[in-house]
Design a protein around this ligand. Structure first.
Ligand code: NAP
Length: 244
């Protein structure tokens, strides 16, 4: 087997949205690879239930402008450094545009776009430090990474999901620019755009009701593919990467 492009064992990784239908299996897989984890979301009790041994837990609401920096600080305080960030938090809403309330619009954009942007702004100085410091005498390979989970809808907009799709397309555009901005610093920014997955997200929208959707992917398959992308050094995870 080829050596991994990024060695997760011993890496300090912050997972925002770790308690979600996708975040929980991802967390299990990162822990199984030996990552030193910091888990963030709003429901701290739920995070504690699923936290693997040694993981730190931090309550963070991405709608709060200060929360992203606090989550990053918690990871650095717990593990002394930050080698990777996964933002797998998000909310969805359904329904025609004329029924979209301001509250729903603001929550979609704050959670799915502004939160991840603030998270990266807070994380990048520490990711740079981690790249400069290297890891261990053997020099664990890989620099540092960010994975932001946008969604297939960023590539294929859907009626009845315009604001959700716009928040995700915005994140994809941000990730593409940040990937270029940070490449020379050896910080890999990966935008992941999984197709519909049976994580339960569509069953608890913040507004509206999901249309009838074809059966989605298994959450653990998506989590496996995300981890594969991290360790193999991939730079983009389009929707096709999850179905090939
Ligand atoms: N499921 C799909 O079909 C699918 C497909 C493509 C992309 N995605 C994206 O994948 C990500 C995860 O989705 P999922 O299916 O795992 O949904 P989920 O089961 O509803 O999990 C959402 C996660 O985000 C956290 N979260 C929600 N609002 C938050 C906030 N304001 N601040 C901090 N954390 C917050 C939740 O924890 P708390 O409620 O405790 O905060 C939970 O951990 C989302 O960005 C989603 O858009 C999902």
């Amino acid at each position: 087997m080829d050596a991994p492009a990024f060695e997760l064992s011993g890496a300090s990784v912050l997972v925002v949205g770790a308690s979600g239908g996708l975040g929980a299996p991802l967390t299990r897989r990162l822990a199984a690879r030996g990552a030193r984890l910091t888990l963030a979301a709003r429901d701290e009790a739920r995070l504690r239930e699923l936290a693997p041994p040694g993981a730190a837990v931090v309550c963070a609401d991405l709608r709060d402008a200060a929360a992203a920096a606090a989550a990053v600080q918690a990871a650095v305080a717990a593990h002394g450094r930050l080698d990777g960030v996964v933002c797998i938090a998000g909310v969805v809403a359904f329904g025609p545009l004329v029924e979209l309330t301001d509250d729903t619009l603001v929550e979609l954009v704050e959670t799915n776009l502004l939160g991840p942007v603030r998270l990266m702004r807070a994380a990048v100085p520490y990711l740079r430090e981690a790249v400069s410091a290297g890891r261990g005498a053997g020099g664990a390979p890989g620099g540092a990474f960010v994975v932001n989970v946008s969604a297939v809808i960023a590539e294929s907009p859907m009626a009845g999901m315009a604001a959700y799709g716009a928040s995700k397309a915005g994140l994809w555009a941000f990730d593409a620019a940040m990937a270029r901005e940070l490449r020379s610093a050896r910080i890999r920014v990966v935008d992941a755009r999984p197709p519909h997955t049976e994580s339960g997200l569509a069953d608890h929208p913040i507004a509206g009701k999901a249309p009838r959707l074809p059966r989605g992917l298994a959450p653990d398959d998506v989590a496996r593919r995300l981890v594969e992308g991290i360790v193999s050094g991939e730079r983009d995870l389009p929707s096709s990467a999850f179905t090939a």
